[in-house]
Design a protein around this ligand. Structure first.
Ligand SMILES: C[S@@+](CC[C@H](N)C(=O)[O-])C[C@H]1O[C@@H](n2cnc3c(N)ncnc32)[C@H](O)[C@@H]1O
Length: 255
């Protein structure tokens, strides 16, 4: 009988030793073989064990919910810098397209006093986010629609990792994403920016003067994302984290 590491390696897992250790720690002796087989069959490790590592947190994830990416930690760092730098650790923060709630959970881990509102359109994501950030903070619906009206003009930060893969590029994604993550968590329309456009158009109704919209995008898409922001009265700047190849566009509503 080949070892777990050998089975994972034969299935194409690049970090077979690390994955074997994670699988061993996640399963009882009787479950282990079944979990290893799911992984060997190509299921993402995070779905098999039920969690993803994100910004030092263990985020619960379930099949059908977008797996938070390490790249998105950069957006969290930009948001934490803004909140800390402006002494606004109790600010109202909205996480749109929250998925598992990973971004909000990471922000709360550093600034537990923020008033976090997280929104996703997919009931499975909403259920998962409720486990990660607390039920009362998560709202189901389309972008800003489910937020309480009292937040209008009061939000300090809107953070959003929207679907932003151009439709024509979906087939170029790694197999695990293409086959296991729902298309609507990935597909951002013909240029990938459909949802970013809708968020930028509505953000000024919700941001407080001087408030900011932070969106993850790709380096290639960033100039267009910035143009979209500017078209809605947000002064835009782009930050790039070369180490993780992450790009965040920051739009600021004039004070
Ligand atoms: C790329 S995933 C990001 C999830 C999470 N922010 C993260 O970084 O792990 C995009 C998420 O947007 C959600 N979504 C797509 N369209 C939406 C809409 N119109 N309103 C709210 N959420 C939406 C999807 O259900 C999915 O969970």
């Amino acid at each position: 009988m080949p070892t777990i590491v050998a089975r994972l390696r034969a299935a194409g897992c690049v970090f077979a030793e690390d994955e074997a250790a994670i699988l061993r720690s996640a399963a009882s002796a009787t479950e282990l073989d079944r979990l290893v087989q799911r992984r060997v069959n190509g299921e993402p490790l995070e779905y098999v064990v039920g969690w993803a590592q994100f910004h030092g947190q263990r985020i619960q994830v379930e099949p059908g919910v977008f797996i938070p990416r390490r790249r998105t930690e950069f957006l969290v760092d930009v948001a934490l810098g803004i909140l800390g730098g402006s002494g606004q650790e109790t600010a109202i923060v909205v996480d749109l397209c929250c998925g598992s709630g990973a971004i909000g959970a990471a922000l709360l881990a550093t600034w537990p006093q923020i008033a976090l509102f997280a929104v996703d359109i997919d009931p499975r994501a909403v259920g998962c986010a409720r486990l990660n950030v607390g039920g009362e903070r998560v709202h189901e619906g389309d972008l800003f629609d489910p937020l309480p009206h009292r937040l209008r003009k009061k939000v300090r930060l809107v953070v959003a990792n929207t679907p932003y893969v151009p439709t024509g590029d979906i087939e170029l994604l790694p197999r695990e994403a293409r086959l296991h993550e729902p298309r609507k968590t990935l597909d951002g329309g013909s240029d990938g920016l459909d949802i970013q456009r809708r968020i930028a158009a509505r953000a000024p109704e919700w941001l407080t003067p001087g408030g900011q919209l932070l969106v993850e995008t790709s380096a290639r898409q960033a100039p267009e994302t910035a143009r979209i922001f500017a078209g809605h009265g947000l002064s835009a700047r782009v930050e790039h984290g070369a180490e993780v190849d992450a790009t965040t566009v920051i739009g600021t509503l004039p004070a």
